[in-house]
Design a protein around this ligand. Sequence first.
Ligand code: HEC
Ligand code: HEC
Ligand code: HEC
Ligand code: HEC
Length: 157
Amino acid sequence: MGVFKDAGHLFRFTGLFVLAFLAFLLIRGYVVPKTFGQYGHYRAAAIGEIAGRPVKFAGHKACEDCHTDIVDVKMKGKHAHVNCEACHGALAKHADDPTSMTPTKPDTAVLCARCHTASAAKPTGFPQVNPADHSNGVPCETCHNPHSPAIDGGGAK
Ligand code: HEC
Ligand code: HEC
Ligand code: HEC
Ligand code: HEC
C-alpha cells in the first residue's frame, strides 16, 4: 500500500474525469445529427436537402436560346463574359415560362456602379469610374448600351 498511501485525491480526480467523459459521450450522442459521418466528415442528409432546393439561376445558355438578338450584340462587346444573370438577377422562373413573369429592367445607377465604381482594391486594368463625376446623374444607359458598353459600339477600344 505504500505507493498509494496518499493517492486518494488522484482516484477522486480520475473518477471526475471519467464522469465528465461519459457526460461528453451522452451529450455528443444527442447533438450530433444522425447521418453525420455516413460518407465523410459532414451530415449526409444535407446533400438531399440542398439538392431539393428550387433552382433559381437558369444559366446563360437558357437565356441565349430565346434572346438571340441580345446575345449577338453582347458577344461582340466588352461584356461578352459577363453572364446575363449577373446583371438581371436569378431568372430560372422566367426562363422556364416567360409568361409567368416579365423581368424588370435593372436600375443602371445601382447595377453599373456595383462593378465599375472606382476603388483602390480593384485591379488597375479594370475599367472604373467615379459615377458622380463621370455621368453627373445622367443614367449610364443614355450613353452606354448595357449589352455592349464601349462607346464605339463594337467594343474594340
Ligand atoms: C423560353 C424563352 C425565354 C427564355 C429561356 C428567356 N426569356 Fe427573357 N423573355 C422571353 C419573352 C417571350 C419575353 C417577353 C415577355 C413579356 O414581354 O412579357 C422576355 C422578356 C425578358 C426581359 C424583359 C424585356 C423587356 O422588354 O422589359 C428580360 C430582361 C429578359 N427576358 C431576360 C432574360 C434572361 C436574363 C434570361 C435567362 C435567365 C431569359 N430572359 C430567358 C423569353 C425568354
Ligand atoms: C452588364 C449588365 C447586363 C448584362 C450582362 C445583360 N444585360 Fe440585359 N439589360 C441590362 C440593362 C441595364 C437593361 C435595361 C436597359 C434599359 O433600361 O434600357 C437590359 C435590358 C435587357 C432586355 C430588354 C430589352 C432591351 O434590349 O432593352 C433584355 C431582353 C435583356 N436585357 C436580356 C439579356 C440577356 C438575354 C442577357 C445575356 C445574353 C443580358 N441581358 C445580359 C443589363 C445587362
Ligand atoms: C457584374 C459586373 C459588371 C456589371 C454589373 C457591369 N459591368 Fe461593365 N464590365 C465588366 C467587365 C468584367 C468588363 C470587361 C473588363 C475588361 O475587359 O477588362 C466590363 C467592361 C465595361 C466597359 C468597357 C470599358 C472599356 O474598356 O472600353 C464599359 C464602358 C462598361 N463595362 C460599362 C458598364 C455599364 C454602363 C454597366 C451598367 C449597364 C456595366 N458596365 C455593368 C463588368 C460589369
Ligand atoms: C454622357 C454620356 C455618358 C454617361 C451618362 C456615362 N458614360 Fe461612361 N463613358 C462615356 C464615354 C464617352 C466614355 C469613353 C471615354 C472615356 O474613357 O472616358 C465612357 C467610359 C466609361 C467606362 C470606361 C472607363 C475606362 O477606364 O476605360 C466605364 C467603366 C464607364 N464609362 C461606366 C459608366 C457608368 C457606370 C455610368 C453610369 C453611372 C456611365 N459610364 C455613364 C460616356 C458616358
